[in-house]
Write a protein that binds this ligand. Structure first.
Ligand code: PEP
Ligand code: MN
Length: 374
């Protein structure tokens, strides 16, 4: 339930609403807004008798949230949530955020090379798993803490924000220490104790849709994180299992506008896991941005043929540069802009003194293959 206060309601009137909600046995969450304050009521399972609150001075309206999730819903918060991952890296506004990097962190050379390449093409965040949820226990499981140290090194070198997966509570604490955003993977979307745990860590969370999860399931999982006190949740459509074996998963682009209608949280698309096929990643990424995704999460490897995981769906640096350049006019067509400038522009700007320290990165990353747009 949401109690919307009248424009100009006094602090005393707001306090009285908070007090009455407490007396009724629920928790009150005051949410000051540009126009007026709302007070959310949490802790109820089912409809609450609002008559006592409606009678209080300063109360304009009581809204009963009709969805099973509350804090995640648009009824609760009409404005979009914008999550700040790092200074200048915001997800959920007009900028389309590009998060790119290998499936797994494999070595210092690999992750630094990947970071330089994706930075040069315009990504603002680096992805890469240190803890890998693999279908087979005999597949590469990730470098663990060493992988996080390498991601931190890549961040120091390139300034990219780090998004990386945690599979359990111990890993989540480490990811919170080294990274900027904790990824909860598809397989853990319904690991409710882990969701509650990351809800208490005070770091942004990227929550991926489960392999067989409905949109309702996804939003209820996000609710666990918000209910634990963390409002900084970014959702990610990464494809679901269907009867069709032509692709690894079926990237559900309908989920993007549907989620945006139901929730104020940002939503990204992952066309890499969503297709499983390298040459299908670019068209689906274009489609996702056209459908309104707030960003994309995409796998890029300096040498996809040598990747220890998900090489078949990883772009090489040249393809990634092409992808980013193709996304720019699509974003512009819907009033958005792809965050981050490609390095070539950065180097030119550096000449005019507006940026510094990236020439070496650009030289390494540009190489013969970091081609200009098609
Ligand atoms: C990943 O991003 O590398 C990953 C394992 O994704 P998902 O959880 O969507 O399978
Ligand atoms: Mn992967």
């Amino acid at each position: 339930m949401l109690v919307v206060m009248k424009h100009g309601a006094s602090a005393q009137e707001i306090d009285d609403v908070v007090k009455v909600i407490g007396e009724m046995g629920y928790e009150a969450r005051p949410m000051p807004g540009a126009q007026r304050t709302a007070v959310g009521l949490v802790g109820n399972d089912g409809r609450v008798d609002s008559s006592r609150i409606e009678a209080l001075p300063g109360v304009a309206q009581v809204i009963h949230v009709t969805q099973p999730y509350k804090q995640v819903s648009r009824e609760w918060r009409p404005e979009n949530t914008v999550v700040t991952l790092a200074p200048g890296v915001r997800v959920g506004g007009d900028e389309v955020v590009v998060i790119a990097g290998p499936c797994s962190v494999e070595s210092e050379e690999q992750i630094l090379s990947a970071a330089r390449h994706v930075r040069a093409a315009g990504a603002t965040c680096l992805r890469g798993g240190a803890f890998k949820p693999r279908s087979s226990p005999y597949s590469f499981q990730g470098l663990g803490k060493r992988g996080l140290e390498l991601l931190a090194l890549a961040k120091r070198e390139t300034g990219l924000a780090i998004v990386t997966e945690a599979m359990d509570e111990e890993g989540a604490e480490l990811v919170a220490e080294y990274g900027d955003c904790i990824q909860i993977g598809a397989r853990n979307m319904q690991n409710y104790s882990l969701l509650r745990f990351v809800g208490r860590l005070g770091k942004p969370v990227l929550l991926k849709r489960g392999l067989a999860a409905t949109i309702n399931d996804l939003l209820l999982s996000a609710e666990y994180i918000l209910a634990a006190g963390n409002p900084d949740v970014i959702l990610c459509e990464r494809g679901v299992r269907t009867f069709d074996t032509a692709t690894r998963n079926m990237l559900d682009l309908t989920a993007i506008p549907i989620v945006q209608g139901l929730s104020h949280l940002p939503i990204l698309a992952d066309p890499s896991h969503g297709t499983g096929i390298r040459d299908k990643v670019i068209p689906l990424a274009r489609g996702a941005v056209a459908a309104g995704a707030h960003g994309i999460l995409v796998e890029v490897h300096p040498h996809p043929e040598r990747a220890l995981s998900d090489g078949a769906q990883s772009l090489d640096p040249r393809q990634f540069a092409q992808l980013v350049s193709e996304l720019r006019p699509i974003a512009a067509a819907i009033g958005r802009v792809v965050a981050g400038a490609p390095e070539e522009r950065g180097v030119r700007e550096q000449g005019s003194g507006s940026r510094s320290g990236r020439a070496g990165v650009a030289a390494e990353a540009a190489g013969p293959s970091a081609a200009a747009p098609r």
